[in-house]
Design a protein around this ligand. Structure first.
Ligand code: ARG
Ligand code: GLU
Length: 689
């Protein structure tokens, strides 16, 4: 208990200023930051941002689906998020006759809005420090296992009690600061969410993967939905009788625009960061993990691109797969470069040596060394685990084989698996990826981490290429009709299929030889990091610490700002329609804008139409779709990305180059009106100024 009291004391006193604009703050504790926010121009109060007693801005922000953010912009449940967040839903409504991805979609009235099975939005009802209740009955003499079980039992009770407070609630207890503090989050989940509008991809995904993670950017990355509720305004399954949800609060829209220096505030759900880890972990990311994953994905992307460029049909099949492989690939490159440029490893080491001096004679003496030893123990295994998932698991047919077997084992037909797999499968790509990935595994993996099965097969075939030829010739998993016809009775022979056998051998090796070691080491690292986190707070009592992101609602504030991406270069903070026209090129898929946009531009007068802007807000994956708010609390944009030079901000934030990228809300209005002809939607919006 002493420990707990001690740590709470630190949280309350840790109010000093963080480095400029770094930080993702807990809304419930925003009173600790509001002074700084107001000093930087914000005109609202802490209660305006977060309150459990009255409507506040938090009531207009939702977790959209499983990993994005959205915001409410009318008292009839109208919701904005990114195009890339709505992408899969837009795709599901699309067919050859109605290609909403390509052409866009605009409901012209409520009856045309499209329901989306499985899509939910979650409103945060409240968040609350429950550290005391979670650790009730815990004593420092307990083992870590006993502590876990105390936490599990107590959290279960807290969650159960919270869920009983109303309809459609979900509650969870989340560890913050590596388990030095626990918060309860209670959400209300609405499950009738309909698609209202989306621009054509040539606007909503303009620039594609070429411009992804980069500035200058010109992507109209938005889509529009509406939340429906039962007649009592409570969550309800889809029904024609449902009515538009009446929010407690919605954002007013500002058309005032932004300029360098303006205050900005991003309210959303960043997914995951690790700002407080020791140098060894950062070193692993920048010197081992990122480079090896980048290298493997470069090979994969090159193979995909080669075939995509040769055939329009293949391009469509692989566009979504290629985008998701490419998204992390590009981020990791920026991250690796950023960590090296910032010399994060060296500055963490310097911090650690000061820390070690301070820790002498305290309970934290030797902690950093201990952590370092744990990482050294874990990393070779962790590397093998990452290598496995980026190589063997990147071969489509192997995943397909294991999915089909799981279906057959359930006694179901694999026809549906086959249908969805072959729709977007191009075998020559997979064959080439098989060869590239297995060769890489052979060349780059230490011998002790190669499964016996792998070594034997490779020896017997003499080369990966020969192995591949044989496997693809003899597997059943390249044949749609045969796979569709499989039943449980076929399992005995399917177990001997070369594709299934290979993936099974690797999965077994992974489960037996790799993941237990990684898991055990990670558990020890987590425990040591809990101490290290608390120790860092004691070491720097005047620093303000924000908890690492965990997809809970956060406040990030900053200001509109350009930056120097490299020596001799400066990027201005605002992009315009003129830049879209400059990039426009009918021969390059990513830059081929719709003709209607060319025509509108040709009318003249639209050169200065704002499109995107950058600012210093500290954001991460999950912040996509987040409202960007000005000093008056009004909506000026929708967050959708970060700049490439700043993607290391999940590990270390550099105020000089870390920038979030937002869609200027005025471009959304422009596209809704001029491209979608859906300006009827403006009637339900509330425009400030
Ligand atoms: N980079 C953004 C994010 O991390 C956008 C991704 C979607 N866009 C794309 N071109 N792949 O999720
Ligand atoms: N596009 C990211 C997302 O989907 C946001 C970019 C980032 O990581 O900051 O959440």
């Amino acid at each position: 208990m002493k420990r707990v009291l001690f740590s709470l004391f630190i949280f309350v006193t840790a109010l000093g200023a963080a480095r400029a604009d770094e930080g993702m703050w807990l809304p419930a504790l925003i009173s600790q930051r509001i002074g700084d926010m107001q000093a930087k121009g914000f005109k609202l109060s802490a209660e305006d941002i977060y309150s459990v007693n009255q409507a506040s801005l938090k009531d207009a922000v939702v977790l959209f689906g499983g990993g994005c953010t959205g915001e409410i912009v009318s008292d009839e449940g109208l919701l904005l998020t990114n195009h890339h967040c709505g992408y899969s839903f837009i795709q599901r409504h699309s067919s050859v006759e109605h290609d909403y991805l390509k052409d866009g979609f605009w409901a012209m009235d409520r009856s045309q809005e499209l329901p989306n099975r499985g899509l939910t939005v979650s409103f945060l009802q409240r968040m609350e420090d429950v550290t005391g209740a979670v650790l009730k009955g815990y004593s420092p003499s307990m083992t870590e296992k006993q502590r876990d079980s105390v936490i599990r039992v107590n959290s279960g009770e807290i969650v159960r009690a919270a869920m009983e407070e109303g309809k459609g609630l979900r509650a969870s207890v989340e560890a913050l600061y590596y388990g030095n503090q626990y918060f309860l989050f209670v959400y209300k989940i609405y499950r009738d969410v309909r698609l209202v509008g989306a621009p054509p991809s040539s606007i909503g995904k303009f620039g594609g993967d070429t411009d992804n993670w980069m500035w200058p950017r010109h992507t109209g990355d938005f889509s529009i939905f509406r939340i429906y509720a039962g007649k009592d305004n409570e969550p309800a399954d889809y029904s024609e009788d449902n009515v538009p949800y009446k929010p407690k609060r919605f954002f007013k829209i500002s058309r005032k625009g932004v300029k360098e220096g303006d205050f900005t505030f991003v309210y959303g759900c960043p997914g995951s960061t690790k700002e407080y880890v020791m140098s060894e972990e950062v070193k692993y990311v920048a010197e081992v993990s990122d480079p090896q994953k980048i290298d493997l994905r470069t090979k994969r992307l090159d193979i995909q691109k080669k075939y995509m460029n040769a055939s329009q049909a293949v391009r469509i099949q692989y566009s979504s797969k290629n985008a998701s492989v490419s998204n992390a690939w590009k981020k990791w490159q920026g991250e690796e470069k950023g960590i090296k440029k910032m010399k994060t490893v060296a500055s963490k080491q310097e911090f650690e040596s000061r820390f070690n001096k301070w820790a002498e004679g305290t309970e934290y003496e030797g902690l950093v060394d201990k952590l370092g030893a744990l990482y050294a123990e874990r990393n070779p295994y962790f590397r093998a685990s990452e290598y496995y998932s980026e190589t063997v698991r990147a071969v489509e047919i192997l995943n397909f084989a294991s999915g089909v077997v799981a279906t057959l084992e359930r006694g179901a037909s694999a026809a549906a698996n086959a249908e969805s797999f072959f729709k977007d499968y191009y075998q020559p790509i997979d064959e080439e990826i098989f060869v590239a990935m297995m060769e890489a595994f052979d060349q780059k993996m230490e011998d002790r981490f190669k499964p016996e099965y792998f070594k034997e097969k490779l020896a017997s075939y003499g080369s990966v290429k020969a192995w591949k030829d044989d496997l693809f010739k003899n597997t059943v998993f390249t044949d749609k009709a045969k796979v569709s016809a499989l039943t449980k009775a076929d399992l005995e022979s399917v177990y001997k299929d070369p594709a299934y056998e290979l993936q099974k051998a690797f999965a077994t090796w992974f489960a037996q030889d790799i993941s237990p070691v990684v898991n055990e080491a990670n558990a020890k690292i987590r425990l040591a990091n809990r101490d290290y986190m608390r120790a860092q707070m004691a070491f720097e009592p005047d620093k303000a610490f924000y908890p690492d992101a965990n997809l809970t609602l956060r406040v990030a504030y900053g200001h509109v700002a350009g930056y120097h991406p490299a020596d001799g270069m400066y990027y201005a903070p605002v992009s315009t329609l003129k830049g879209i026209i400059e990039k426009d090129n009918p021969d390059i898929f990513d830059y081929n804008i719709p003709q209607v946009l060319r025509d509108i531009y040709a009318e003249g007068g639209h050169d200065d139409q704002p499109v995107c802007f950058i600012a210093t807000n500290h954001t991460s994956g999950g912040n996509s779709g987040s409202p960007v708010i000005n000093a008056d609390g009004n909506l000026i944009g929708i967050n959708f990305d970060r700049v490439w030079e700043g993607t290391m901000s999940d590990i270390a934030f550099d105020p000089e180059v870390c920038r979030n990228i937002s869609l200027d809300i005025r471009y959304l209005l422009f596209v809704v009106d001029k491209i979608g002809h859906a300006s009827y939607l403006f009637k339900e919006m509330d425009f400030a100024d």
